[in-house]
Design a binder for this molecule. Structure first.
Ligand SMILES: *Cc1c(COP(=O)(O)O)cnc(C)c1O
Length: 458
């Protein structure tokens, strides 16, 4: 195909929104390790998971054999409100970098929640509604997941209780108001509304909170309140499944123009956007049909893949959730409050962890000032104000494109632009004022987290 004919934006037709999610676990030879019951250390059964999660979501969580799972029509209809999302050729960025590389990004920030999280929030709310529940509880860090879930719950008339990491609750009052506008109740975590919150506050007075704490609180409320279940915005297999809509659309759009990416890059917090973006491409790699380089980008301040341990760990600080085998910094690890925005979770999707462990994927970490430098460059030439999380992927996409400039290689790079950064202006302000700093935990800092890993002999 003649290069010039590739449009700035490749849109799919509404009818081309996927009608099935793709479950990459079906094509993995080494399946991700099962969730374990923290009491018995046996794999969690559907019955054991049912008090915490919605039934159909439990089935999806445990399903590692069906490659395709139907997207219910009501979810497909909701997707039509803001999907298909555009695949954009970054012609302006390429020109600014003077690189022979061809750069594409899949933009998921085109909905009010401002990120890809709505793709899974609407699915989880749908299954809760279908089960006849009154409402759901959840945690939110930077606020995107809580916002997405509050939108999804209001669509289905479900109550939504959000535990928001205290530091974000205080730094991002407008996020909170968006959630309240959609009808959610928002509590800063740790709080005195739960037993685990009270305990964490007693043990760590003055703590600014963490996702792990907020998860413990949300799970406690869900399991002790009639008609409620807990939902999670990342990390779990079911969330990666829902997010596969990103990769399926990206691949369909690229296939239309015969484009094959060499490198696929995504930021990694709990792994859901990255997992969703790469899934169909990874499927081809696993089946031996094509080869791609996949790069997970994480913050140097919370380096689960690059400096973590591949081990069974608790998903939450209160140690009430099942154990997951994943790359982890330990459930007691609390990242520096200095680090802006999301990507602060101590662990990583067990599916991506297994793929990384088996050598199907690479990972790298980047420091936040260099992330904001990339964000600013991108905003100035491509127009979109990127979320700090997404900008981790931008950083590495730019670095790979600059390598192509040196070698003269015309590589095709695809990255996930997961969201917009309008609620992150305090961080942008710090960067603009030249007072943003980088924080890299020392080995001794990390050892403290590892010391809290459960001692399990399997
Ligand atoms: C939540 C979020 C992320 C990170 O979460 P993953 O589950 O790793 O995808 C990245 N970008 C944005 C904009 C987010 O809101």
């Amino acid at each position: 195909m003649d290069e010039q004919k590739i449009p700035y934006k490749i849109y799919l037709d509404e009818s081309e929104i996927p009608s099935k999610w793709y479950n990459v676990r079906a094509d993995m030879k080494n399946k991700p390790a099962p969730l374990l019951n923290p009491g018995t250390l046996k794999p969690m059964t559907a019955e054991e998971l049912a008090p915490v999660f919605c039934e159909e979501l439990v089935a999806q969580e445990l399903n590692d054999t069906d490659a395709y799972i139907d997207i219910p029509e009501e979810i497909q209809n909701f997707y039509k409100m803001y999907r298909p999302s555009p695949l954009i050729r970054a012609y302006f960025l390429e020109k600014a970098l003077d690189t022979p590389a061809k750069i594409y990004y899949k933009f998921e920030g085109n909905n009010t929640s401002g990120s890809h999280k709505l793709n899974s929030a609407i699915a989880q709310a749908y299954y809760a509604k279908k089960q006849g529940l009154k409402g759901v509880t959840t945690e939110t860090g930077a606020g995107q997941w809580g916002t997405a879930l509050s939108m999804a719950c209001s669509y289905f008339g479900l109550d939504c209780k959000v535990y928001m990491v205290k530091v974000s609750y205080e730094q991002k009052p407008f996020r909170r108001e968006v959630m309240r506008t959609y009808g959610a109740s928002v509590t800063p975590s740790p709080s005195t509304t739960t037993n685990i919150g009270k305990k964490i506050l007693a043990d760590h007075p003055g703590t600014t909170g963490s996702l792990g704490c907020a998860i413990s609180e949300a799970v406690e409320v869900a399991t002790t309140t009639e008609g409620y279940r807990y939902v999670l915005g990342s990390v779990l297999n079911q969330v990666l499944l829902h997010q596969s809509v990103i990769g399926l659309e990206a691949k369909a759009a690229m296939d239309k123009f015969g484009i094959k990416p060499d490198i696929i890059i995504g930021c990694a917090g709990g792994g859901s956007n990255l997992g969703g973006l790469i899934s169909p491409f990874m499927g081809e790699k696993l089946r031996g049909e094509a080869d791609y380089r996949f790069i997970a980008v994480e913050p140097a301040s919370c380096p689960s893949f690059t400096r973590g341990k591949f081990a069974y760990d608790f998903c939450d600080t209160g140690m009430v959730c099942p154990l997951a085998k994943m790359y982890t910094l330990g459930s007691g690890f609390i990242p520096s409050a200095n680090h802006a925005g999301g990507l602060r979770y101590h662990g990583m999707s067990s599916t991506l962890s297994q793929l990384y462990h088996d050598g199907f994927m690479e990972a790298t970490s980047v420091e936040q000032t260099s992330v904001f430098e990339a964000a600013e460059k991108f905003a100035r030439v491509e127009g979109i104000l990127p979320a700090p999380e997404s900008s981790h992927a931008i950083r590495v996409a730019i670095d790979e494109a600059l390598k192509c400039k040196e070698t003269g290689e015309e590589k095709t790079i695809l990255f996930g632009l997961t969201g917009t950064g309008y609620f992150d202006m305090v961080a942008y302000e710090k960067y603009n004022d030249g007072v943003m700093t980088d924080y890299i935990p020392t080995d001794a800092d990390l050892e403290k987290g590892f010391a809290g890993l459960p001692k399990i002999d399997l």
